[in-house]
Structures are given as structure tokens and as C-alpha cells.
Design a protein around this ligand. Structure first.
Ligand code: PRP
Ligand code: MN
Ligand code: MG
Length: 196
């Protein structure tokens, strides 16, 4: 833990090395089950670290594996959180031109966490209108919470307890993305970085 966050997290939930082991396994699974080119869609900002590491592993895998998959990369900005709460207002930044590119393609959506599921359900609703050939979703984390809308992605890294987690690009009001491990935020951290 960098000293600037020492008091702001209460525990390490998933150490960086464990994350990377899991990303390796997920990459293998995704490559094995894919047929043809993939449009890998990074859900910014939280998804960027998992996306970067996943794409890196897939690149290495397809150099030597039987199932070699050409990738193209897309970036979609989606936001709904304020402090530790979903506002329920999911903003998706995609232009009409960008959406039209999805027609007939095999999409792989890469997300950091499914919490209530509101973000993913809203995003999938929008993407389906542009008639991709298929949509698969991978999320590094899924939270076990009674606020869930029931959505479950195709490829999940870890199921986690109902605590607010940060690190590995997951943020609290934009802080903690610069933390390698996935950690539980402390009360100190919540107060320190709270927004009005
Ligand atoms: C977070 C997270 C997921 C979403 C999950 O994004 O990265 O995208 O919320 O929550 P949900 O399942 O309850 O909808 P956020 O809105 O914080 O934007 P960010 O990725 O830029 O941090
Ligand atoms: Mn996000
Ligand atoms: Mg966020």
C-alpha cells in the first residue's frame, strides 16, 4: 500500500498477484470460447486496468495457441457513481458513428465490477440496438449484494462481499485508481475523499 493511502483502506481483499493469476485464466477461457475477430470494449474509467492486462495476456496467448484471435479495441465512457452510491443515472458516452461500427461484430465488454448491475443492463440495452453479432461480458468482480438487479456476466473473476472496494482502477470519487491491490476502503478514507 502506498503511504498516501495507508490510513484510507482497512484491508487488502485481493492482492495484485492473485488478480493477475485470475486474469491469465480468464484470458485463456475467453480465447478458447471465441470464434473469429473480437471487438474488445473497455468500460472507462474503472475497466481500464483489467482491460489492459487482459488484452496483454490475450496477445501473448494467441501467439502460440491454436485459437488465434484478432482484436480491435474500443473505449466507452460510462458513469453513475457519486461517493459510494449509484445515482441510478447511467451516462453512456458513445456517438452514433461509434455505435454503427458494432453492427455484425462480436463484442467483448470488459468491466471492473458489477455492483447493482444498473450500468451493465443500461449499456447492453443500448448496444443491442446496433445489432452486433454477439455480445459477451467479462467483469473482474461481481458484488454479492441485495441491491443487485440479478445481472450476471459471462466471465467473472471474483465474487466479493458487500463492501466498497477500491484499487486496480476502481475509485472512490476518482481516488484509489493508483493502487495495485483491490482493497476495502476505510471510514477514514471515505471521509477524507468525500464529495459534497
Ligand atoms: C462503477 C464501476 C462500474 C459500475 C458498477 O463505475 O466501474 O462501471 O460503477 O456499478 P453498478 O453495477 O451498480 O452500476 P462508475 O460509475 O463509478 O464510473 P468509473 O468507472 O469512471 O469509476
Ligand atoms: Mn465504471
Ligand atoms: Mg467509479
Amino acid at each position: 500500500i502506498p503511504t498516501h493511502y495507508e490510513k484510507d483502506v482497512s484491508s487488502i481483499l485481493i492482492p495484485h498477484g492473485v488478480i493477475m493469476d485470475r486474469v491469465n485464466k480468464l484470458a485463456r477461457l475467453i480465447v478458447d470460447e471465441s470464434n473469429g475477430p473480437l471487438v474488445v470494449c473497455c468500460i472507462l474509467k474503472g475497466g481500464h486496468q483489467y482491460f489492459a492486462d487482459l488484452v496483454n495476456v490475450i496477445k501473448k496467448l494467441t501467439k502460440k495457441s491454436g485459437n488465434s484471435v484478432p482484436l480491435s479495441l474500443e473505449f466507452i465512457r460510462v458513469k453513475s457513481y457519486h461517493n459510494d452510491q449509484s445515482t441510478g443515472d447511467v451516462k453512456v458516452s458513445l456517438t452514433e458513428d461509434e455505435c454503427k461500427e458494432f453492427k455484425g461484430k462480436n463484442l467483448l465488454i470488459v468491466e471492473d465490477i458489477i455492483d447493482t448491475g444498473a450500468t451493465m443492463v443500461k449499456l447492453l440495452e443500448k448496444l443491442r440496438q446496433y445489432e452486433p453479432a454477439s455480445i459477451k461480458v467479462t467483469s473482474l468482480l461481481i458484488k454479492k449484494t441485495d441491491r443487485s438487479n440479478g445481472y450476471i456476466p459471462d466471465y467473472v473473476g471474483f465474487a466479493i462481499p458487500d463492501a466498497f472496494v477500491v484499487g486496480y482502477a476502481l475509485d472512490y470519487n476518482e481516488y484509489f485508481r493508483d493502487l495495485d491491490h483491490i482493497c476495502v476502503i476505510s471510514e477514514h478514507g471515505k471521509e477524507r475523499y468525500a464529495n459534497a
